[in-house]
Design a protein around this ligand. Structure first.
Ligand code: NAI
Length: 340
């Protein structure tokens, strides 16, 4: 009896030691666009993550202040700020994970695709630097239009000979975060327990929440309620853009979502089992070359792209309708990356 009690205390201590910050592997994480609306709260949240040992904050302006500020927080990681292109190499060298929220956000009346002209160029140049300075890092792409910026990144890495499809992720976690929140409210279940897969892409109708697979099951939702929840999830970004009335798009909820996804990637790298998140990745679960679905994360990034599971007729219809738009965004990205 006593022996078994000691044994269980000992194993609890061993587990605690195993997951304590000091014994978790050293991980360097960079945020590119760290002085922006998303970048700043994301830098804060990554500073709070005990899995990070070095936090590298890069932007074209404003990073010394953000880095000095965040660096005073008494958590594990050492923080360094880098500003301007000549410091980009140093910011990236040795990174395990690079998170990219660099670029311009939407204003009311704009679609994510309207950002293409500016953000595509930013993403192309940042990914060129990644292929040079940290070709083995996982890349979490936040910059919009994600449906195109991820294919751009893939093409840049292919040209540089560093592409590993297991390491490139479009961050769609905010769609999942929104679907969970909206579903919990309607189904009257505790939001902390909710899971809802969101598949497809990250823009308008390409965002397809699968409420038929939502757990836990709460009050029965009518077809009209499911349609309304789907539309609200698809338009969640626009809801924020309009409420901010010209002062940008989602930054705080996006920083939270980005931090959740980055944490999952780090846990995967560290060998924590059964880490599953939705993400927009190279995929063959549909005929589209990139697609968001549940992904199992592991020591090399994507360990397995999981299938869609069974869909209702409404979801099947949503899936078919999103394909042409998603394909054209993918093709636009590939074309851009390969011009000149
Ligand atoms: P912001 O304008 O507040 O910040 C962007 C930052 O990027 C600025 O600090 C700017 O100096 C920096 N930047 C510009 N060019 C750069 C370069 N070449 N290298 C490094 N940094 C550079 O914009 P915000 O609100 O932070 O949004 C950033 C991006 O995230 C936008 O493209 C936006 O559409 C996207 N976004 C994505 C979401 C998603 O779910 N994936 C959700 C919300 C926004």
């Amino acid at each position: 009896m006593r022996t078994s009690m000691f044994r269980s205390v000992e194993s609890a201590l061993r587990r605690a030691r195993c997951f304590s910050s000091e014994s978790s592997p050293k991980r360097k994480v960079a945020v590119l666009g760290a002085a922006g609306g998303i970048g700043q709260p994301l830098a804060l949240l990554m500073k709070l993550n005990p899995l990070v040992s070095q936090l590298s904050l890069y932007d074209i302006a404003g990073t010394p202040g953000v880095a000095a500020d965040v660096s005073h927080i008494n958590t594990r990681s050492e923080v360094a700020g880098y500003m301007g292109e000549d410091q980009l190499g140093q910011a990236l060298e040795g990174c395990d994970l690079v998170i990219i929220p660099a670029g311009v956000p939407r204003k009311p009346g704009m679609t994510r695709d309207d950002l293409f002209n500016i953000n595509a160029g930013i993403v192309k140049s940042l990914c060129t630097a990644i292929s040079k300075y940290c070709p083995n890092a996982l890349v979490n792409m936040i910059s919009n239009p994600v449906n195109s910026t991820v294919p751009i990144a893939a093409e840049v890495f292919k040209k540089a000979g560093t592409y590993d499809e297991k390491k490139l992720f479009g961050v769609t976690t905010l769609d999942v975060v929104r679907a969970k929140t909206f579903y919990a409210g309607k189904a009257k279940v505790p939001v902390a327990d909710v899971n809802v897969p969101v598949v497809g892409g990250h823009a308008g109708i390409t965002i397809l929440p699968l409420f038929s697979q939502a757990t836990p099951k709460g009050s029965n939702l009518s077809d009209e309620e499911i349609t309304a929840l789907t539309k609200r999830t698809q338009d969640g970004g626009t809801e924020v853009v309009e409420a901010k009335a010209g002062k940008g798009s989602a930054t705080l909820s996006m920083a939270y979502a980005g931090a959740v996804f980055a944490d999952a990637c780090l846990k995967g790298l560290n060998g924590v089992p059964d880490i599953v998140e939705c993400s927009y990745v190279q995929s063959n679960i549909t005929e589209l070359p990139f697609f968001a679905s549940k992904v199992r994360l592991g020591k090399n990034g994507v360990e397995e792209v999981l299938g869609l599971g069974s869909l209702t007729d409404y979801e099947k219809q949503g899936l078919e309708s999103l394909k042409p738009e998603l394909l054209s965004s993918i093709e636009k990205g590939i074309k851009f990356a390969n011009q000149d």
